[in-house]
Design a protein. Structure first.
Length: 492
């Protein structure tokens, strides 16, 4: 596939010179690919009931349909980043788009649960090949600090917008039931988008100049240690709660901790022998980098936990439809987009304060939602205002912090750093869903003795949601402390 893609035209008609790179076109193409991948991680959630009816899928089958994408995506992101460095970011981005599009077509026409599960894993592989190239291509296209920072702001907007759009678009497509196809359009919608991206990317994405990455090599010892470490971490978190946290899940989490320690030893050995470790030693050595990545992990964990637990309460507790639940997040998404696109208007000397303030706003929004929902009410207009406050705070924390972290990554290790940072962000979402989803579900299931009926469950769900929001606020405050350490580290 990559050989075919590599031969796609990149020369202007009638000339022997490469096309002039158009930064705006590159930005639009790679962010569209990013949006498509993020969208697919959430759009399938609203289709579970119709998949169960149409495919007669078991509970375990439905779990793997949802989780297969996330598992493959999270496990292979770092590998995809290094392959981009070796084979070229343009080539790997287009290869990822092609695989993702073909897998989406297969998902849309899948005749059985088994086929759909396998193709969902294939979608995750395509996303893992495609997504690490996004930041690498942006960093290589936007070399000036100002334009690069604006591009990073749009990148962070797409991450949140895609997650919310997945809920809304999924609800719209399933409600429309186009030609009696029920859930299938949620996958088929990717096919025309992917085809357009392939054509546009072949024409507009820059080829590498000369052999700029030919010196890069695959770190097999690192990959053979990192891949099972991430898999052992992600698998129980994704499948643990639906399977009532079996013993093998805890064993895998313990194995993940052991493998993570082994990974650092392996990477030091690779570096000492003159190799090219997939976890670059210079990355965490950058001032404030470790605390900055920790702050990003915290905000993405809050993001994943909030969206999952709140959606459960809206649909299970309050009885909202999938579409209405998705639209409830619209104020938060709008506020996130507004802040992400405009935070650079704040004078640069106040950017560090903006990050910390963002975490505080996010925590305040969570605490406000906890107080508002604990009695079982719908919340009314204040709910939308508090959701917008939480979304704005998340953007004020995530967008400038992500920009600060990425701006300090040397271009020479941009791909590896991209893989690490995007993996951390993805793992944050997985941890948020697993941790706070489990917290909410466990608390919501504890009805008082003698309680029965929908109203009793509503009150139990509201109580569980309030406590979950308090826990999310505590994590947001911890993220603010890490961000403070990052700011101090980068001042030295």
């Amino acid at each position: 596939m990559t050989n075919i893609i590599d031969r796609l035209p990149a020369l202007a008609p009638g000339t022997g010179r490469a096309r002039r790179v158009r930064p705006g076109a590159v930005l639009a193409i790679v962010l569209a690919g990013q949006f498509m991948a993020v969208l697919d991680a959430s759009i399938v959630n609203v289709a579970i009931p119709s998949m169960h009816a149409g495919l007669h899928a078991s509970g375990a089958g439905l779990q793997l349909i949802v989780a297969g994408y996330t598992i493959a995506y999270a496990v292979l992101l770092v590998t995809g980043a290094r392959l981009g460095d070796i084979l070229g970011h343009r080539r790997m981005f287009l290869a990822g788009v092609a695989l993702f599009t073909l897998a989406s077509l297969g998902c849309g026409i899948a005749p059985s649960t088994g086929f759909l599960i396998g193709l969902r894993f294939a979608q995750g592989v395509g996303a893992a090949v495609m997504i690490p190239q996004v930041l690498s291509l942006l960093q290589r296209t936007y070399t000036s600090p100002g334009p690069r920072a604006r591009a990073m702001s749009l990148y962070s907007t797409v991450i949140a917008g895609g997650a919310v759009a997945g809920q809304v678009i999924g609800g719209l497509l399933i409600s429309a039931d186009l030609f009696g196809s029920t859930w299938r359009p949620i996958f088929l919608v990717n096919v025309p988008v992917g085809a357009v991206l392939l054509a546009a990317g072949a024409a507009a994405l820059p080829r590498p100049s000369g052999a700029e990455d030919s010196h890069r090599a695959l770190d097999l010892p690192g990959l053979l240690t990192l891949t099972p470490a991430v898999l052992a971490f992600v698998l129980p978190l994704v499948l643990g709660q639906p399977l009532n946290w079996p013993a093998w899940g805890w064993a895998l989490l313990a194995a993940s901790a052991v493998l993570s320690g082994l990974l650092f030893a392996v990477e030091r050995r690779v570096f000492s022998r003159g190799g090219q470790p997939i976890l670059p030693a210079t990355l965490l050595g950058q001032p404030g980098m470790a605390s900055g990545i920790g702050g990003l992990f915290a905000v993405m964990t809050v993001f994943g936990g909030w969206f999952f637990a709140f959606a459960l309460h809206l649909q299970d507790g309050l009885g909202d439809s999938a579409l209405r639940a998705g639209l409830t997040f619209a104020p938060a998404a709008g506020a996130f987009a507004l802040v992400s696109l405009n935070w650079r208007r704040v004078p640069q000397r106040f950017h560090h304060a903006l990050i910390v303030t963002g975490y505080a706003m996010n925590a305040a929004g969570m605490l406000g939602l906890a107080a508002l929902l604990r009695s079982g009410g719908t919340g009314g207009v204040p709910l939308y205002l508090l959701a917008a406050l939480a979304g704005a705070g998340m953007a004020a924390a995530f967008s400038p912090l992500m920009t600060r972290v990425l701006m300090r990554v040397p271009v020479a290790i941009a791909a590896d750093a991209t893989g690490v940072i995007v993996t951390v962000n993805q793992l944050g979402i997985v941890v948020g869903v697993a941790t706070f989803g489990t917290l909410y579900l466990n608390l919501a299931g504890r009805l008082p003795a003698g309680a029965a009926g929908a109203h009793a469950f509503l009150l139990s769900s509201a109580h569980a949601e309030a406590l979950t929001f308090v826990a999310l606020a505590a994590l947001a405050i911890a993220g603010g402390l890490l961000a403070t350490l990052h700011v101090r580290g980068t001042r030295q």
